[in-house]
Design a protein around this ligand. Structure first.
Ligand SMILES: CC(C)(COP(=O)(O)OP(=O)(O)OC[C@H]1O[C@@H](n2cnc3c(N)ncnc32)[C@H](O)[C@@H]1OP(=O)(O)O)[C@@H](O)C(=O)NCCC(=O)NCCS
Length: 136
């Protein structure tokens, strides 16, 4: 399935919430609970969309947050189940990487569960590092 990847591509709150629920297996949040458009426009470095060329459906998304200068982080990399293992996740991460670099960032961070090591280390070129996490 051909898909188009776009840095800061258009999307709606409903589309992002639907994709998040499907990709992560969570309940469907509504726009009042989770306003993705405002979140990424007001607080992030940017985002990447992936859309199916045939019907325009939002099938990929990643939020790129940052410190305002040199560090950026990938958050909520998500691909629709119907479009996985076609290289779309790798393309989204590549687009986020290119945009962060073009903005002047020097480091791109991501954290993930062990099972995704082949994706982030193998397909996307990240290297292992120590990181910390606190359950809140
Ligand atoms: C993880 C995710 C973004 C990968 O997207 P994708 O478009 O399927 O990834 P790609 O097709 O670019 O994968 C490239 C390679 O990475 C590796 N890879 C991808 N998904 C993987 C997975 N779930 N487990 C292990 N390796 C994986 C494989 O080597 C894959 O090559 P292959 O398809 O020939 O086996 C997608 O499965 C997803 O949205 N998962 C649910 C949400 C999630 O967990 N996001 C990550 C949060 S940190």
């Amino acid at each position: 399935m051909a898909s188009t990847v776009a840095w800061r591509g258009e999307f709606s709150k409903a589309e992002a919430n639907a994709l998040h629920a499907e990709a992560f297996g969570t309940r469907l949040f509504d726009a009042a609970e989770w306003n993705w458009e405002q979140l990424v426009r007001d607080h992030g470095l940017g985002w990447v969309t992936g859309r199916d060329d045939a019907d325009g459906t939002l099938v990929g998304f990643v939020n790129v947050v940052w410190d305002g200068l040199t560090h950026a982080w990938l958050q909520d990399v998500m691909i629709a189940q119907t479009h996985r293992h076609q290289g779309l996740g790798r393309r989204l991460v590549e687009a986020a990487t290119d945009a962060a670099r073009a903005t002047g960032c020097e480091w791109l961070h991501v954290d993930f569960e062990d099972e995704l090591r082949p994706f982030y280390f193998g397909a996307c070129g990240f290297r292992p590092t120590d990181a910390g996490l606190l359950r809140l």
